[in-house]
Unconditional design. Structure first.
Lengths: 171, 454, 454, 171
């Protein structure tokens, strides 16, 4: 994706947010992206924000940011999906993925401090966040040691199996 | 009607359910494993959520994953399809607890029908003919001899805890009973840690005949006639048809009335299939009930004109059968379904891989239910059935001719399918004459072997 | 029944006829042009003979080539399909002289129906309602005024020699008639070298409604009800359905009886379609008869359960209608057909080329007639229709919902198709309400233009 | 096709002839050949002979004798079809093709001398044979001058549009 395309996308996202759009679909040659933020009230965030959409877009649509050669989607394993978003800028980073389907929470309770923030140094086994599934709060541990350089999802956001949550620069 | 439904299945039945939803104006949510990312059920659903890795146990059979997906997608209902979670009463209970409508009967009914002996007793009470057999566990050889005398030889001994043929013995005379009883008990003890046996009448050449029923949530049940499913290989159905040549209008009406009474008593709801064995004299004996939509439901749809999957949704939404169905159900013509499995047509080894050519037959009287496409991949993790080829004709002869021409036009390359085997079955004189039972395929292979040996 | 038949056509209808032959046990011979070497009709026929270069005039329309192919393949009969040689009476005559059965009416009947004025007079004599009009050529303005008064305004002047709109004028008042008459005559003279004009009643918003008939060779004719074909672009049908919302059971029965009488008088044989215009008051007027199987025959097949192409063969083999058809023809449900053309959905430029992705919709109530496949090529030489998508539902609402879901699942890549346009039509309120006539598409495009301009 | 395969095919053909087989189908991966010599009596020959089958096979199934690279049949124009039979041995030869569907005859009447034989030198415009269509005897002229090195069809054989009839070494 070139700078002009990126800017168009950012404009679109801002516009979508402004208009309180709850769902968004993007279809291109051989590529289809679906988002849905409508429906149930999120306990801690009032609505989707632009960063959230951008993160989901990045996670769900590797082809938009990958090199042209990868434009036609091949059967993609989760690893490929996770690695693909901006392969250039994530090079050398370890991606922590959600092991379950559920809702992402940064903290143990609304208002409490987040388990992990960008810039934190974490150990393997350290709790990074919670993914709630069926009212159960599942603590998600880091599977690498290093520095958190990116959080790829927002508080209260629904996440798929295998969806990238954090990018860690390994020690 | 529901606003949004999650389809907890994959393959052709997921696409079948998505199609029904689209026609009813219901939004759809597909769930998928990593192996199914490029499947058509993912492409054609309004939303799609990855719920786990390829293994079914970790994805499609993973109840928390499915329920979580339903919650984050905010659906009103879940359709389980067939197989997978469709007859899992616990899953239905979790759905209820999560305030999500499970498209199927209540968990209590699923549980009752899942326990074969209880189901048998419930049906017996409701005067549905059941296979004569012992009541409960047989304690001794003497008791076994006594039961066998009452039931009449041949009989079959089965392990209460068992399945898959272990702890099973066919007994044809009183003389051989004691030895066979002891052998079965030992085998069952070794296989299941439980040596309990029961006894049933043994039918040498049974036909497998099943009745499709629909039940609303207002106490009304109706039977939509039977399907003949005797063409099986290792207890896997290969060809199904409706109506059965062996079921007279009178018998159909009688069984229909009996099922209506009994299932109304039990409090059955939604779609279901009651399976019978038919003996050589044309008598039907209840064996079990499947509390879900069946693979072979299209043959009933074609001869009745009723969309069974849409009916499931309308029933679950609280509609009455009288509003869903025409005043009078008429059976029109004859329908046959062939299961197209990705298997080697002689060795039956599963044949996963990339499909290079996929030409689906069409035209008059031909229906294909499939989620496969050219350049698509058959993953090695799941059931080998990749398509159902279903035809409808004015009579069985036209349906057979139509199936033959459609099989000849079904071109699949890149993987093996059993299409060549299906073609040989449709050329078989016994099959064409309707002269078959569940042992047909054994004899068919035997005949082929002898022919090839010549 | 015939032993071996040559199919003098290409594309989906050739495959449709081959399918019927296979189901009847008739051997098939395909003919093809060099452009169609890899077509499915060549692949699925028992034999195939190349008869010429790509241009139709040199291959499919080349009578000696087709007849020679029939002779060297030694066939009993030729099925002409639709278009091409199907209404060429000379071809039918050559078949007869060559001792090959032509599947259609005798050449005399084809010739009569091919001459519109004679056909009109024959139908008028048989009491089929025809559009009121002048008898023969109008000699003068005075005579024109006289006819217009008798017919009632608005009327339309048409060139006897003409077609394509030239020499055609709509006249709404007596005042404007003389000028328009002179203009039309001059235009006809210039265009066709013949200034002769005739006059017909002009219907502002006509519907195109046609009746399917079958006639055996023993003097029996039956009508199988009507099709509604008003959704047209430039006189090309795009969507057809059966039954028509505008035809009451009483009207259907009346027209059916009238057609039976008139076609029995004429000595009609085999399948045919009688086309009518319906005026705003629901009155039908005969316009012409097509003496062949029609593109849109599947909608009639779906609601009647009768295989029209098989019926054609059985009739041509001498069978009686009473042996071919059920005792009582019942119309069941509602069927709609969409023509899928390889054209740009807005500009309508033909879109030949290689198909890269071809996913055909299937499932309950969906029929697809096509000779296309993934990796197949649409040659630039022929008609742009590459598939017919046909659905059947219990009523029009279900059929529409089913068509919408099927159109959404019909994926064609590599070439353009009008699928997106068809989807917009099925979303149109007027179309859904059944509020349309042959001018519908003009208004539809106008509405779209206005919407896009906003 | 290697020597072994060729021998097998010859055996097959001889066998077919022996058995009076009137039709023959050959199907391979991506290739299908159909022949039919049954039905009407041929006026001058009593039945198909092995040469005739071989010639038809060669004409209808270029892939069997062409190089392996051409094994999957592409949309084939008549030219390609005509040129393909044994592209190696026909290199430099001009192929005279049938301009119409019909029945091939070598002479103007049964028993008469053939218009052209292998070894004859012919001029462009010279009559080579007759193709009968609808009882009309159509004289087929040579569209090249040179020596006839091969006749690819037998007397009385049905021929398609574009089917190779003669191979000529141009002068």
């Amino acid at each position: 994706m070139n700078a002009g395309q990126l800017q168009s996308l950012k404009d679109l996202i801002e516009f979508l947010k402004q208009q309180n759009v709850g769902e968004f679909e993007l279809e291109q040659e051989g590529l289809k992206v679906r988002l849905n933020f409508g429906g149930k009230e999120k306990p801690t965030v009032s609505g989707p924000d632009a960063g959230q959409i951008a993160a989901l877009l990045a996670a769900a649509a590797p082809a938009t940011s990958a090199a042209p050669a990868a434009a036609s989607p091949a059967p993609a394993a989760a690893a490929a999906r996770a690695a693909a978003p901006a392969a250039d800028e994530n090079a050398g980073l370890h991606i922590v993925k959600s092991p379950i389907v559920g809702t992402f929470y940064e903290a143990s309770a609304p208002g409490a401090e987040a388990f992990a923030k960008v810039g934190d140094r974490v150990e393997a086994g350290q709790i990074l966040c919670i993914v709630e599934a069926m009212k159960l709060m599942n603590e998600i541990e880091s599977d690498a040691a290093g520095e958190i350089v990116k959080r790829l999802v927002t508080n209260g956001q629904p996440v798929e199996y295998g969806q990238p949550l954090f990018a860690i620069r390994p020690r | 009607m529901f606003r949004k439904v999650l389809i907890a299945n994959r393959g052709e039945i997921a696409l079948r359910i998505i199609s029904a939803c689209k026609e009813l104006g219901i939004r759809t949510v597909a769930v998928y494993s990593e192996a199914d990312r490029n499947s058509l059920h993912v492409r054609f659903a309004d939303e799609a959520i990855c719920i786990g890795p390829p293994r079914s146990a970790d994805s499609y059979l993973n109840v928390p994953a499915v329920i979580s997906a339903a919650e984050i997608a905010d659906v009103d209902a879940i359709h389980p399809g067939y197989g997978l979670l469709s007859e899992n009463a616990n899953f239905a209970e979790v759905c209820r607890a999560s305030n999500i409508k499970f498209i199927g009967p209540p968990p209590e009914v699923t549980r009752l029908m899942g326990e074969k002996e209880k189901a048998r007793m419930a049906m017996k009470k409701a005067k549905v003919p059941i296979l004569p057999g012992s009541e409960g566990v047989i304690q001794s050889e003497e008791e076994a001899l006594d039961w066998a005398k009452r039931i009449g030889y041949p009989v079959i001994l089965k392990a209460s805890a068992g399945g898959g043929g272990r702890g099973m013995r066919i007994v044809r005379t009183a003389e051989e009973l004691p030895n066979l009883f002891r052998a079965a008990r030992t085998e069952a003890q070794n296989a299941f840690g439980n040596g309990d046996l029961y006894m049933e009448k043994f039918i040498e050449r049974p036909r497998h005949i099943e009745f499709q029923v629909l039940a609303d949530e207002h106490g009304n049940v109706i039977s939509l006639g039977e399907r003949e499913c005797s063409i099986q290989r290792r207890h896997q159905k290969m060809i199904e048809e409706a109506p059965s040549l062996q079921v007279s209008p009178k018998l159909r009406e009688e069984i229909g009335q009996t099922l209506k009474r009994s299932l109304e008593n039990i409090g059955y709801q939604n779609a279901g299939t009651v399976e019978f064995l038919m003996d050589e004299d044309g008598k039907l004996y209840f064996i079990e009930m499947n509390t879900r939509i069946q693979v072979e439901h299209p043959v009933t749809e074609l001869i009745t004109g009723i969309d069974l999957v849409k009916a499931q949704f309308r029933i679950a939404a609280g509609e009455k059968l009288s509003d869903i169905l025409p005043a009078k159900i008429e059976l029109r013509g004859h329908a046959i379904e062939c299961r197209i499995n990705a298997e080697h047509p002689e060795k039956f080894t599963p044949s996963a891989g990339k499909i290079t050519v996929f030409n689906v037959p069409g035209g008059n009287g031909v229906r294909v239910d499939t989620a496969q496409y050219a350049e698509g991949v058959v993953p090695p993790y799941y059931d080998s059935m990749i398509a159902k080829l279903v035809v409808h004709g004015v009579d069985r002869a036209e349906a057979i001719a139509r199936m033959q021409r459609a099989l000849g036009m079904f071109v699949v390359e890149g993987i093996h399918t059993i299409i060549p085997l299906q073609q040989r079955i449709f050329a078989d004189e016994d099959f064409r004459a309707g002269f078959f039972d569940t042992k047909f395929m054994e004899r068919f292979f035997e005949r082929e072997k002898q022919k090839n040996a010549q």
